[in-house]
Design a binder for this molecule. Structure first.
Ligand SMILES: [Zn+2]
Length: 438
């Protein structure tokens, strides 16, 4: 597999982990290619070859030696709130009181651009440190929180999807913007940022309870007019669902609120989807909309247990999200381990390959980015990570007992943390390693 016409600038050598096929369709999906090189030029992957072959073919380009490490596509975190980074690990509340007590006061601070810039930079640095190369985030309702995010992501050349949170009711005044102003601001952001470099704007109503009918309608209008993704929350918590139905008594269920306002379709990303009715599950599947599963957040807020297997079987696209700050950590391995535990509690356990798929190739498909990222395929963007499978004593002990790739990967997902990430590359540039910080 090579792309011959581009000048190669870098070879990264290690053990290449990749999918042969969708692990939800068939077992035996993973392969580990020992002592292989990823050859990179102009930010793209040019070839995946045995290391000696790559060395002969491109003897002059730089080689980074990660032998003994696993080389993977960068991880995708499909749902998070960068402005909530400083309130992770806040004790004791379910969703609605948690928003009141912790989220809204913190998000109110994002009317200062120095604060927003600082938090955006910290969040993106933590992404790199945790092996995340594509974050999908909510900003706040302040346009400058969006500017701060995109400025930093562009400077890093990090692929990202972000949007200004739309809220015009049921939140503190400091966070509300009238729907016409907010609509204009988002249109402006789409014009300036969407599809520029590696940035995409997502239309981002927080959830139906904090938007008027007019604002939801406006968001639907934006979605129809532009090719942006739409991200919001759906069916996370029983109190939330009761509140929604009291605010929209004309709708028979939560999903219908979004449907009625033009927000349901193949470009819709709904976080959570824990307490869906059979009707809602069917409608989601028919519409092509995706659910972003955020297991660590769901456990932390006591929201409930998501039925991953059932939704996959219904044909609904999924991806994983850390959902910082309700999720206590950005670490994707702990998100995968929690997804396993939640699925295990429902006697339908996801396996290691399926968990990794939901943070790489499967997530890229869900975000309609599979032509750009998510696989080690020549021609795609070289967003990559190197993992040290023996980064800690406990990990090394378990790893060396593993008798298959799947068994070793499962140990990594359960026992690994950011110490396992030996390097992160964005478009072929090494942007983080424990030895050289950005
Ligand atoms: Zn969220």
């Amino acid at each position: 597999m090579t792309s011959e016409n581009t000048h190669a600038t870098l070879r990264i050598t290690g053990d290449v982990l990749r999918f042969r096929h969708d692990p939800f369709a068939q077992d035996g999906a993973l392969e580990l290619l020992g002592d292989h090189s990823l050859v990179i030029g102009q930010g793209k992957l040019l070839a995946v070859l045995p290391a000696n072959e790559a060395r002969q073919r491109w003897p002059d380009c730089e080689e980074q030696d990660y032998r003994g490490h696993w080389l993977l596509p960068g991880l995708i975190d499909a749902h998070g709130h960068y402005p909530q980074l400083a309130i992770t690990a806040s004790w004791g509340a379910e969703l609605l009181p948690w928003l009141e007590q912790y989220t809204f006061p913190e998000e109110s601070r994002f009317d200062r651009s120095d604060y927003a810039r600082d938090m955006a930079a910290r969040y993106q640095r933590l992404c790199l440190q945790n092996g995340i190369t594509t974050p999908v985030v909510f900003c706040t309702s302040h346009p400058l929180s969006v500017e701060a995010w995109f400025e930093q992501a562009e400077a890093l050349n990090m692929r990202s999807i972000a949007g200004q949170v739309l809220m015009d009711r049921n939140a503190p005044d400091a966070l509300l913007r009238d729907h016409e102003t907010a609509l204009e601001e988002v249109q402006n952001q789409i014009g300036r940022r969407h599809g520029h470099g590696r940035q995409q704007v997502a239309i981002t109503p927080r959830f139906a309870a904090t938007s008027s009918r007019e604002q939801l309608q406006g968001a639907g209008w934006l979605m129809a007019r532009h090719d942006c993704l739409m991200q919001t929350h759906l069916s996370e918590n029983p109190d939330e669902i009761r509140w929604m139905l009291s605010l929209f008594p004309e709708c028979r269920d939560y999903l219908e609120i979004y449907e009625k306002h033009g927000l349901l379709g193949p470009r819709s990303l709904f976080a959570h989807g824990i307490h869906l009715s059979e009707d809602e599950t069917r409608l989601l599947a028919e519409s092509g909309a995706a659910i972003i599963h955020c297991p660590s957040s769901n456990l932390f807020l006591g929201s409930g247990l998501f039925a991953a297997r059932k939704l996959v079987d219904a044909g609904i696209p999924l991806a994983l999200g850390a959902d910082v700050g309700a999720g206590p950590s950005l670490n994707p391995f702990s998100v995968m381990a929690r997804a396993y535990e939640v699925s295990r509690l429902q006697s339908a356990p996801l396996n290691a390959a399926q968990l990794l798929w939901l943070a790489t190739e499967g997530a890229a498909q869900t975000l309609k980015l599979d032509a750009c990222i998510g696989r080690l395929q020549p021609g795609l963007e070289a967003d990559l990570i190197a993992l040290n499978p023996q980064a800690t004593e406990a990990l090394a002990l378990r790893y060396n007992r593993a008798e298959s790739i799947e068994e070793a990967l499962f140990a990594l997902l359960c026992l690994g943390d950011d110490r396992m990430v030996a390097a992160t590359w964005l478009a072929g540039e090494q942007r983080w390693s424990p030895y050289s910080r950005v």
